[in-house]
Design a protein around this ligand. Structure first.
Ligand code: ADP
Ligand code: MG
Length: 270
């Protein structure tokens, strides 16, 4: 199993005829092996930027990310899988073939791909939909296939950028419960970006709260509840209290972001 060390990562983006945008400033965090860490913070605070740096899809301006003490210098398809919010399934391929394509990109032996793809479909309860095309599937089903594609790769680390954000609340709650069950089996290290306070507390071992841009890690909350989490955890006072604590931590950051983006006046402060 692998852990992730984020050490003083800063990211700025150059803008023509303007000051560069500082997306991340000196973010440092260690994600333990087998942990599910949620990143939460106001829109534009650098969550996706950080995930892309961990994934090796972009390079930090300064600082570094280490996987098992080795700095990340590019994508590591045998170590990390990625699940995005958007539907990234190929529309002309069946569910099964989409998963097999992921395995092909990873370089998995051809003879193993069918069996591994079917096993992953089964893990997400989609055995009966192997030969369906994405257009024949609901949003929740497509997201299950994307999760299966990542699980099939059997990597130590899965990076998830708001994977359930496009789904209705009921579907995302059920997928959250299923993910918690899968995690209890898996021993995978997961970094999960969400804007849902409830989802963060329900899923995470720890929640890292970002400040407004430039994103810094403001605080890390521990949830301390074993996986799989029972449905009753959703309505427990423990979850509600942690959710309220998160809201307190986030509130000022969200207001700061709105002020910066829309010129919200100070008198509009609640
Ligand atoms: N490739 C890029 N070029 C310029 N600015 C970018 C680029 N990617 C992200 N940004 C800016 O960096 C900030 C952080 O973006 P992002 O990491 O996507 O935030 P989040 O995922 O937290 O909403 C935003 O202000 C965004 O506009
Ligand atoms: Mg984002």
């Amino acid at each position: 199993m692998s852990g992730i060390e984020i050490r003083s990562v800063s990211q700025s983006f150059g803008v023509l005829n303007a000051n560069p945008i500082v997306a991340l400033q000196e973010a440092s965090l260690t994600i333990e092996k087998g942990e599910l860490l949620c990143l939460i913070g106001p829109s534009g605070c650098g969550k996706s930027s950080l995930l892309n740096i961990i994934a090796g899809l972009s390079r930090a301006t300064t600082g570094d990310v280490f996987i098992d003490h080795v700095p990340v210098r590019g994508p590591l398809p045998k170590t990390m899988a990625f699940v995005f919010q958007e539907n990234t399934l190929m529309p002309w391929r069946t569910a099964l073939d989409n998963i097999k394509l992921g395995l092909a990109f990873q370089g998995a032996p051809r003879k193993d791909r069918d069996e591994r793809a079917r096993a992953a479909l089964s893990l997400v309860g989609m055995d009966d939909f192997a030969n369906h095309y994405p257009r024949q599937l609901s949003g929740g089903m497509k997201q299950r296939i994307q999760l299966a594609r990542a699980l099939a790769l059997d990597t130590d680390i899965i990076l998830m950028d708001e994977p359930f954000a496009a789904l209705d609340e009921q579907t995302r709650m059920v997928l959250g419960e299923e993910l918690s069950v899968l995690l209890a089996k898996g021993g995978k290290t997961i970094v999960f970006v969400t804007h849902s306070l409830t989802e963060a507390v329900f899923l995470a071992d720890r929640v890292a709260v970002f400040s407004a841009r430039p994103g810094r890690i403001k605080q890390v909350l521990s949830v301390g509840e074993p996986h799989p989490r029972p449905r009753s955890f959703m309505t427990s006072s423990k979850l509600t209290n942690l959710r309220n604590e998160l809201y307190e931590l986030l509130h000022d950051e969200v207001v700061a972001t709105m002020k910066a983006s829309f010129g919200l006046s100070a008198s509009a402060d609640p």
